[in-house]
Design a protein around this ligand. Structure first.
Ligand code: FE2
Ligand code: FE2
Length: 175
């Protein structure tokens, strides 16, 4: 396997780990009776799962070996309701760095098809870091009355983002 394909395979694990972390955050908010925050992170978890399956489809299309990895257990307990969003933002920034490294590797190795595939992920990360930064500000402002956060999220829902329309195909279909 080329160094690039190897690195792309590792990203499958990072995306599944992100999905598991978001499920853990969603369950935490669900247990705190904050259904909008829970719903937001259940949806984010599905998006991360779909990212993993888009990478699987890319490797299948490239006739490369696909390795589905195990993932580390996510963090499941949090000091307060702001902490999960701070963790989520740190995770999105880390994933952005990972995708940037993959793009650099694609360039070095002349993997231009792979680089083009990754461009959607760069756009997606820009959007996800921006929206998580916004959510962190909202949660920090509303930490004394989280119903304000719930109302904010309830007003936000609906509408497909243009990024979803242009997303790469996911193995088995996106959920
Ligand atoms: Fe992702
Ligand atoms: Fe993400």
């Amino acid at each position: 396997m080329s160094a690039f394909s190897d690195a792309v395979n590792r990203q499958i694990g990072y995306e599944f780990a992100a999905a598991q972390q978001y499920i853990a955050i969603a369950v935490y908010y669900d247990s705190e009776t904050l259904p909008e925050l829970a719903g937001h992170f259940y949806r984010q978890a599905l998006e991360e799962r779909n990212h993993a399956m888009m990478i699987v489809q890319y490797l299948l299309d490239s006739d490369e070996t696909v390795v589905i990895p195990g993932v580390e257990a996510p963090q499941t307990s949090f000091s307060d309701p702001v902490a999960p969003v701070a963790l989520a933002l740190a995770q999105e920034k880390r994933v952005t760095d990972q995708i940037v490294e993959l793009v650099k590797l694609a360039r070095e190795d002349g993997e231009l098809v792979g680089e083009q595939f990754l461009h959607w992920f760069l756009q997606e990360q820009r959007e996800e870091v921006a929206s998580m930064t916004e959510l962190l500000a909202v949660v920090e402002r509303g930490r004394d009355n989280l119903l304000h956060v719930e109302e904010y999220l309830a007003r936000q829902s609906g509408g497909e983002s243009p990024l979803e329309v242009g997303a790469p195909p996911a193995a088995g279909g996106a959920l």
